[in-house]
Design a protein around this ligand. Structure first.
Ligand code: EPU
Length: 460
């Protein structure tokens, strides 16, 4: 299908939405139709936004390609622009970021712009290097637990930053500049690892980071920084060694594909008994997901230009999954997969070990007919492979159950995508509201749903 036809179909669905009085935050889905077709995965939200922040560190213009058209990217662009970065767009998915005139921004403006994102915390190091001070507003992001920033602040203090808590955020200064440090993270946090990288590259001296996150998006950020002139060595056992340099230049980089988007559409193919080819998906970064997908009864074919996903087995098989840091099963993959697990014959268990509150989306699934029990303090039942974390939780999914359409409200980004899948799978009609959250992380998902033959009404 051509892009013009695709846009035409989405427009038809939109005018129908106007007729039934839908807002742009709602979608009505008629379930039961398998999703079939070919869609393209975009660059990773969790790399693109960080690479945009990295542009602040350069003396010259950076070019980032394969940037997803999602609201988190627009929030970061707004914050960069407030700090004097001149941003223009090249071809469709290319952003050009010129940081030659970085300047202070007004606290109130920063606060107003940052609203729904957690990325502002990563501005600390780059702004301290460029301006000698930073103001970071209270952070947004999905409501999936406490999401503290203690690892970030402790690391920044080790570099020599002084942190003052304000009523609406934090203010940082570095009266004696930033100096390389020895840092060991209590947990391989993605954000804290990025914080250390973005600060250490221009700090005076060497930084050794132990217990670092090693997610593919982190490796891609290291590639960005190396292009800028940084010297970063990834060593065995989660150790990253950074030799500070005096200055950095701009980069030209194509963002790694979004692993979470791939897992989401793959799960949609499994749950709806469809067949989706995701252009741009790659095997290596998806290995752990692919293993679980196969165990549940999904099948896949790996091609040079993407991965095709479909349901291989007649009956789906229950699984036990522990979410974990890379190379484990990502916390962002469990929500879409859980919908397929409601159809598996038997009891599946998901141990969520990364965030302490990531099963809010299961309420809606239960309302639609699923049998999912959430154990808020986790479940120690001998099925665990890794050591229990203090605040983990578990979901036990008993299947098979049939989902029936219902009115449901999206609680967070990944939970929201699982609601879409549930509605697409259910018998009858569902009204899904608060879908704006989904556009924080999924580019053009409405158009993609249309391309894949979903039956829905939407007023955009
Ligand atoms: N943590 C702390 N203190 C800190 C930082 C983290 O206790 O200072 C804890 C968190 O509360 C959590 C755990 O450490 O329990 C892991 O958090 P991490 O820092 O690794 O996550 P993050 O950087 O906040 C990123 C992604 C998440 C993704 C996680 C795990 C971005 C913007 N967000 O979050 O993505 O789930 O890594 O891979 O990169 C999403 O895309 O929907 C999303 C939530």
């Amino acid at each position: 299908m051509s892009e013009t036809q695709d846009k035409g179909l989405a427009a038809d669905a939109r005018s129908a939405g106007a007729r039934v009085g839908l807002t742009s935050d709602q979608i009505i889905i008629n379930g039961g139709r398998p999703l079939r077709g070919r869609i393209e995965v975009r660059g990773a939200k969790n790399l693109a936004t960080k690479a945009m922040v990295a542009a602040l560190l350069g003396q010259t213009t950076s070019v980032l390609r394969n940037v997803p058209n999602i609201s988190d990217v627009r929030v970061v662009a707004g914050l960069l622009a407030l700090h004097g970065v001149v941003i223009s767009k090249g071809d469709d998915d290319e952003w050009i970021l010129n940081p030659e005139n970085v300047e202070r921004a007004h606290m109130a403006d920063i606060d107003a712009h940052a609203g729904s994102s957690r990325i502002p915390i990563l501005f600390c190091g780059p702004l301290l290097h460029r301006l000698g001070e930073a103001f970071i507003p209270d952070l947004g992001g999905c409501r999936i637990g406490d999401r503290p920033i203690d690892f970030h602040l402790n690391a920044l203090r080790k570099f020599g930053a002084q942190v003052a808590k304000l009523s609406n955020g934090i203010s940082l200064t570095a009266p004696n500049g930033l100096k390389g440090a020895n840092i060991e993270l209590p947990y391989p946090s993605v954000g804290a690892t990025e914080q250390v990288l973005l600060t250490a590259v221009l700090a005076d001296g060497q930084t050794e980071l132990r217990n670092a996150a090693i997610e593919p998006e982190i490796v891609d950020l290291i590639c960005v920084l190396q292009k800028m002139g940084a010297i970063i060595t990834m060593e065995p056992n989660r150790v990253i060694f950074i030799e500070g340099v005096k200055s950095l230049r701009g980069y030209n980089h194509r963002a790694i594909f979004d692993r979470n988007e791939v897992a989401s559409w793959a799960s949609a193919a499994l749950a709806t008994n469809g067949d989706i080819f995701v252009v741009g998906a790659k095997q290596e970064e998806m290995m752990t997901f692919l293993n679980i997908y196969r165990k549940v009864g999904g099948d896949f074919a790996i091609e040079d230009d993407g991965i095709r996903f479909w349901r291989g087995a007649k009956k789906l098989t229950p699984v036990v999954v522990e979410t974990d840091v890379h190379p484990g099963f990502m916390t962002d993959w469990q929500q879409p997969l859980v919908v397929a697990l409601t159809m598996a014959e038997g009891v599946s268990k998901i141990h969520e070990t990364v965030y302490e509150n990531r099963f809010g989306f299961t309420d809606a699934l239960n309302k639609m007919g699923a049998k999912i029990e959430v154990y808020k303090d986790g479940l120690d039942d001998g099925t665990r492979r890794v050591k229990r974390r203090e605040f983990e939780q578990a979901a036990v999914i008993s299947g098979p159950t049939k989902l029936t359409g219902a009115n449901i409200e999206v609680p967070d980004l990944r939970g929201g995508f699982s609601h879409l899948i549930a509605a697409l799978t259910a018998t009858g009609q569902s009204e899904v509201s608060n879908i704006g959250i989904i556009s924080r992380g999924y580019e053009n998902f409405i158009e993609k749903l249309k391309t894949l033959g979903a039956d829905f009404i939407y007023e955009g």
